[in-house]
Design a protein around this ligand. Structure first.
Ligand code: COA
Length: 335
């Protein structure tokens, strides 16, 4: 049995910066409310027609491939995590295969929203551990701005989310003490609708109904979030799943060199940091600059932390995520 390790990282965010002040011109909101509740100062939005979820994912992937020191044709498999694919089907993974012009390797899409990248890493890790594949391209990418309600009606959700992509190359590692030590995945479907986007799910309404109604007040195409329920569950599940991973590896909170929490909300990250008694050096947050980029948030934060030399060889790095489903998970790795 092999281990897998991250051998290359990259991220891409659109140039277009949207501040809280910019949003307050579109809806009844203000910088103080957004910063106090979420920590977000600004986020990036794509320029319509320029970037898509796939295009951003490909840009991040090219950087990760180069940094891994491999050729695109060394990639054996693609895993793409997103809740905002270019098309309802096919998934974004095959579009990456096409756009990178990679030989006909398998491409899998993961639909686990904010936990998507952690789920994607876990899947890739199993393929490498089993010996089936050697190099896997894992992408998390989101284009939120094209699907949010930027009127006062949607302000509880639309101020939080931003666009961007992050990518990692997972590579076979022969040393069992290095790389990904374990991954831990959970779900609780009883809360499925508490953080959801119901349309265009065929179980919700048939396309013929939607076309017939053509109702401007139909909000089922916009995300819905029960913010307080999400917050309460997130702080509990983040803590649980980090501890589960540490215990599995006979490690302790004090062993963590770098915790990269999914950038859901700065208040959630700060709660976890306080609970575990971690210093600012042991946690990386960048939600202030990018908002919540869902499946892209962990790979963007991980790449930034690595670029800033905040992660060094031998460090214990922990990834943890919580989101729609509800789903949550963690990754414990030795860098
Ligand atoms: N600007 C100004 N006011 C806003 C607003 C905005 N963008 N969004 C909501 N409000 C108002 C509400 O209308 C409400 O007004 P009311 O009291 O007159 O009815 C008030 O602010 C409080 O709303 P509420 O939803 O109770 O706020 P909150 O304290 O729960 O904060 C979140 C909202 C979304 C910031 C918070 O619940 C949260 O962070 N939840 C977790 C979200 C998350 O992590 N999501 C990602 C999933 S992984």
């Amino acid at each position: 049995m092999y281990n897998s390790r991250i051998s290359g990282l990259g991220f891409y965010v659109p140039d277009n910066v949207v501040t809280n002040e910019d949003l307050s011109k579109l809806m009844d909101t203000n910088d103080a409310w957004i910063q106090e509740r979420t920590g977000i100062k600004e986020r990036r939005h794509v320029v319509k027609g320029k970037d898509t979820t796939t295009i951003m994912g490909v840009k991040a992937a090219k950087i990760a491939i180069e940094r891994a020191g491999i050729d695109k044709d060394d990639i054996d498999f693609i895993v793409f995590a997103t809740l905002s694919p270019d098309y309802y089907f096919p998934g974004a993974g095959v579009l990456v295969q096409r756009d990178l012009d990679i030989k006909t390797v398998g491409a899998l899409d993961v639909r686990n929203q904010c936990s998507g990248f952690v789920y994607a890493i876990s899947i890739a890790d199993q393929y490498i551990k089993s010996g089936m594949y050697k190099n896997i391209l894992v992408i998390g990418s989101e284009l939120h701005s094209g699907g949010l309600d930027f009127t006062t009606r949607g302000r509880g959700v639309s101020v939080i989310f931003g666009d961007g992509a992050g990518a990692a190359i997972l590579t076979r590692e022969e040393d069992p003490k290095k790389g990904i030590l374990s991954t831990h995945l959970h779900s609780e479907g009883q809360y499925a609708e508490e953080l959801s986007l119901l349309a265009p799910g065929i179980g919700h309404r048939w396309v013929s109904d939607i076309l017939k109604d053509n109702d401007p007040d139909d909000v089922s195409y916009y995300p819905y979030m029960n913010g307080q329920l999400v917050f309460k569950n997130a702080v509990v599940r983040f803590s649980e799943v980090i501890m589960e991973g540490l215990k599995k590896n006979k490690l302790d909170v004090k062993d963590i060199d770098m915790l990269i929490p999914h950038q859901a909300n700065l208040r959630i990250s700060q709660f976890i940091q306080r609970k575990f008694g971690l210093s600012d050096d042991q946690v990386y947050n960048n939600i202030m600059n990018y908002g919540n980029t869902t499946a892209a948030s962990i790979p963007i934060a991980l790449t930034e932390a690595w670029e800033k030399d905040r992660i060094k060889e031998g460090d214990l790095v922990v990834l943890a995520a919580f989101g729609s489903g509800f789903t949550w998970g963690s990754v414990i790795m030795r860098w």
